[in-house]
Design a protein around this ligand. Structure first.
Ligand code: CTP
Ligand code: MG
Length: 558
């Protein structure tokens, strides 16, 4: 996981710039389509913002004023954000009004006069202290503080969220979203991380474009979550009328080998030359070859892939669903947090359900509730501008501007009702025979054996959750039943329920029992996923109890 850091935001009060967090955009109506921005436009906006920005390491927040004056020499400054990483590293993300100011600033910036340090042009700089007494005096004479400093929590620590101050479970779900959803500064830093690699490659590969995808941009991202990056070729601005064409080398016939070699090369580039990039790991044998690395100036882990356009379009699809209704994001965030807390998801890849699969399950459930449409409805409504086929032939055509989708929302269930509904729906779901198709918004017969089968929405012959083992699916079902039971019994006992009550794993209580008897130490690592025959027996007894409880509570309702 990523290093912990606290973030302070500094903004120029002269500009009367007010930070707007995504959460403020939630209204009490059932749609957030009014503020909807088409995905590609949002990407473009963020990319331009990051091209107008530099990240400067400073001694402390006291340097902000000095840095502001220094940078203003190169052009108007739009925003400055100060944050501190674990330790003593202070950084100021500085956004200019215009990209030309960044070019001028970078042209003027110096490289370290040390022959051991390789000179690299990148948007990551450090601000050396002013050595001249004269300069210091000028600064001191003019110490007008041009900023107001706001403190913002950037690393989500759910233990500090005051759920007890908010009454209903629905409000607690909204509070969870507000507290942990990726914020504006987090987004800016992610796009700047992408720009660093893009700029490094631009000289030799002028069409290269590095884009964040996955939870960094699909509207389901948590503060501090890993960044997925993809290196693509942007062929949109090729001059078709020019008679002079660059010579180039042909790619090898085996695209997988080619991709693996590119990954190796990128790994070297990151490891040897790019500042802030550390812990570089090349995973070229994976199904999708990636380079994993840590961007230390931003404090996040990154996964860089090449030519993974379908994954980008998948992020767009998820983004669109996240914007359909105000209940989609809080429900997805709550389910993801629940899954993390009860230990059915894990940051490392394995036989357990992933956050991506979990998100698709929530979306599927919301399709059953008629809150969001099946993908085929979006495909039918697609206009000529929406036609998109990837280089490797995957059809990613669907309606991209959802303000063009008119649908009267008839489902007025509360978030609490939907949360219980999700747990009950999948607790009773027949995973043995059914596959989940978001394309049709219905269950379909499983085309092949896999414990959990979720049809890949864009590549429909693939199963998104092929990795999930029967044992992990069983653990998932047990936790679903437990959560359903916790909510349901609170409704009947009319006790006020806290989200934390749902975040307690059934396994934790089981292990606490074990601890007493065998002095067994509960660990949140994967080793406790190994079960003995005795454990299975205990599980069965437990299941029986939960089933009876669920059945009884249902009967009571009727
Ligand atoms: N993806 C995909 N098909 C898969 C797995 C992933 O298309 N079988 C794409 C999705 O767009 C997904 C992205 O790759 O969002 C990144 O995958 P991953 O990092 O596993 O999921 P995230 O959605 O980013 O969630 P997390 O916050 O756990 O990183
Ligand atoms: Mg991710």
């Amino acid at each position: 996981m990523n290093s912990m850091y606290s973030l302070r935001c500094v903004y120029n009060i002269h500009l009367k710039y007010i930070l707007k967090y995504h959460v403020l955009r939630y209204k009490s109506n059932h749609s957030c389509k009014q503020e909807f921005i088409v995905y590609d436009q949002l990407m473009q906006k963020r990319r331009l913002q990051s091209k107008r920005s530099v990240l400067v390491q400073v001694c402390s927040e006291n340097s902000c004023s000095d840095l502001y004056k220094y940078c203003s020499e190169f052009g108007g400054i739009k925003n400055m954000f100060h944050y501190q990483l674990a330790g003593t590293n202070h950084f100021v993300l500085t956004e200019f009004e215009d990209q030309t100011a960044v070019d001028a600033l970078l042209n003027d910036s110096a490289h370290i006069e040390d022959s051991n340090v390789i000179a690299v042009r990148s948007p990551f700089l450090w601000f050396r202290s002013s050595s001249s007494k004269k300069t210091k005096l000028i600064m001191n004479n003019d110490m007008v503080q041009p900023f107001k400093v706001n403190e913002i929590m950037i690393e989500p620590n759910i233990k500090t969220i005051q759920f007890n101050k908010v009454e209903s479970l629905s409000s607690q779900m909204m509070l969870l979203l507000e507290s942990i959803q990726l914020n504006d500064i987090g987004s800016r830093l992610r796009f700047l991380t992408a720009i660093q690699i893009e700029n490094a490659l631009k000289g030799i590969f002028p069409l290269s474009k590095v884009l964040p995808f996955g939870s960094s941009v699909n509207s389901f991202g948590k503060i501090g979550s890993d960044i997925d990056l993809v290196l693509t070729n942007d062929k949109t601005n090729i001059n078709k009328s020019s008679r002079l064409i660059y010579h180039g080398k042909c790619m090898s016939n085996n695209s997988r080998t080619q991709t693996q070699r590119h990954i190796e090369l990128l790994g070297d580039l990151l490891q040897l030359f790019l500042p802030g990039c550390s812990k570089v790991k090349r995973i070229s044998q994976a199904k999708v070859p990636i380079v994993k690395y840590s961007q230390d100036f931003v404090g996040v882990e990154c996964d860089l892939t090449v030519s993974n356009e379908t994954a980008v379009r998948m992020s767009e699809l998820l983004y669109i669903f996240g914007c359909f209704d105000y209940r989609v994001r809080p429900l997805v965030f709550t389910i993801k947090m629940w899954a993390q807390q009860v230990n059915i998801t894990n940051d490392t890849p394995g036989r357990w359900i992933t956050n991506f699969s979990l998100t698709l399950l929530v979306l599927f459930y919301l399709q059953q509730e008629n809150i969001i449409p099946p993908i085929q409805t979006l495909v039918k409504l697609a206009g000529s501008n929406d036609v998109h086929i990837t280089d490797d032939g995957v059809n990613c055509t669907f309606l991209r501007d959802i303000t063009k989708y008119s649908h009267k929302q008839t489902n007025s269930k509360s978030l609490e009702q939907l949360l219980l509904g999700f747990f009950e729906y999948f607790a009773a779901y027949d995973f043995n025979t059914n596959a989940i198709s978001l394309n049709f918004g219905t269950v379909v017969a499983k085309p092949e054996y896999s414990a959990l089968y979720i049809v890949n929405p864009l590549e429909v012959h693939f199963n998104v959750s092929k990795n999930v083992s029967p044992e992990e699916l069983e653990r998932f079902r047990i936790e679903l039943r437990n959560a359903a039971w916790v909510i349901d019994s609170s409704i009947h006992s009319q006790n006020t329920l806290q989200l934390f009550d749902i975040f307690k794993s059934i396994e934790i209580s089981k292990n606490i029992k074990k601890q007493n008897i065998f002095n067994y130490e509960y660990q949140t690592n994967t080793s406790n996923r190994l079960v003995t025959v005795k454990d299975l027996f205990v599980e069965d007894e437990h299941n029986k109890r939960l089933n009876t409880q669920l059945k009884n509570s249902k009967e009571r309702k009727i």
